[in-house]
Write a protein that binds this ligand. Structure first.
Ligand code: RIB
Ligand code: CA
Length: 356
């Protein structure tokens, strides 16, 4: 079994990432850390609990992180992810509650329970992970792998001209995490920046394929001419909520002249965590600007060892169609099995052929 710890700010694309993990037979989701970001931490927590209960996976513990970043004031983005962080979806409220272990201690305990085996993936701000490293500085070296969705190196930021959301929410946390990551390769994270994640773009045609893979009816194809907020009537509950969530994201990107599409940053990072060979990477020393009037939250990659040895590997390319095919097949099959059994449906391990 692949032991995975997910730290997220659920969020629309975080939701897709979570479903992908739950769908993988070969993955043991050891725990989920809820970190404030897209929406406040209590809403992130509620979303994680709701998706887990919807999928019959209340066995997976959900941990609550700090309500605020290390230093910055909390910044949320309901305009991007919806008032409750899941677009137009109205998830059934979970009856189960979160663990009494907070997110930082959950990181520490998971890594200690599975030394050298646990894969950590962060798809939100790095507040919880940075707090865990403050409590246990040896944490990065205990992980088998760490993948971070965040940063923008050679493309425009999505939060400021020079910063990407997960870093911009808590730049101090990001700086502390990169500083703690050894340059010896142990604990050096794979970073999935906007440079690459913005190429993983879901379109309505992918949603048609997803519904078909789940045997869901009717098969719906969202269109930019639809009434905004049109709700899905898919008979598969997971598909219905996913379409309602993703329609909000399609409308958001369309309204910002990026096309009627949805950048699937977070499921991509999860797929990289499970199969790092699906990306090409370059070593770099990554640090975060903290004081620049215009550049606070900027991730800077030194790819020529001018400032020290590499402390990260930056993902630079992938087979996008293969990634989207795997996502559709895996989540579609999972949604079908959940509907058929009403229990945690798990499809055979997904995964795509490595790039190499
Ligand atoms: O910049 C994209 C990232 O910020 C994604 O993780 C998205 O969910 C938001 O958290
Ligand atoms: Ca996220």
């Amino acid at each position: 079994m692949i032991r995975m710890f997910l730290d997220c700010d659920t969020g629309i694309d975080d939701s897709v990432a979570l479903l992908y993990l739950l769908a993988r037979r070969d993955v043991d989701v050891v725990g989920i850390a809820s970190t404030a970001g897209n929406v406040p931490v209590d809403v992130v927590t509620a979303n994680n609990l709701a998706w887990l209960e919807l999928c019959g996976r209340t066995d997976v513990p959900v941990h609550v992180g700090s309500p605020v970043p290390l230093v910055a004031e909390l910044m949320t983005t309901e305009d991007t992810h919806g008032p409750l962080g899941v677009g137009y979806a109205e998830l059934p409220v979970a009856t189960a509650g979160p663990s009494t272990t907070d997110a930082a201690d959950a990181w520490i305990e998971a890594a200690a329970t599975h030394p050298g085996e646990l894969i950590g993936v962060v798809t939100g701000p790095l507040t919880s992970l940075a707090t865990a490293i403050r409590r246990d500085p040896a944490l990065p070296g205990r992980l088998a792998r760490l993948v971070i969705m965040g940063g923008a190196f050679h493309v425009h930021g999505n939060t400021t001209p020079t910063s990407e959301w997960n870093i911009a929410v808590d730049p101090e946390a990001a700086a502390e995490v990169f500083a703690a990551c050894g340059s010896e390769g142990v604990g050096a994270p794979i970073v999935c920046p906007l440079d690459l994640t913005e190429s993983v773009a879901l379109t309505p045609d992918h949603l048609v394929r997803l519904a078909a893979a789940a045997g869901s009816e009717p098969v719906e194809c969202p269109d930019p001419t639809d009434e905004p907020g049109l709700r899905s009537v898919a008979d598969n509950e997971v598909i219905r909520h996913l379409i309602d969530a993703l329609r909000f994201y399609l409308e958001f990107h369309h309204a910002h002249d990026e096309g009627y599409l949805a950048h699937l940053h977070d499921p991509f990072a999860v797929m990289v965590a499970l199969a790092p060979d699906i990306v090409e990477t370059v070593p770099a020393r990554v640090d975060v600007e903290l004081v620049g009037r215009l550049t606070r939250g900027m991730t800077v990659a030194d790819e020529r060892s001018m400032t020290g040895e590499p402390n990260a590997r930056i993902a630079t390319s992938t087979d996008v169609e293969a990634v989207l095919d795997d996502l559709i097949e895996t989540i579609g099959g999972f949604a079908k099995s959940v509907a058929q059994s009403g229990n945690p449906g798990i499809v055979t391990g997904g995964g795509i052929d490595p790039v190499h």
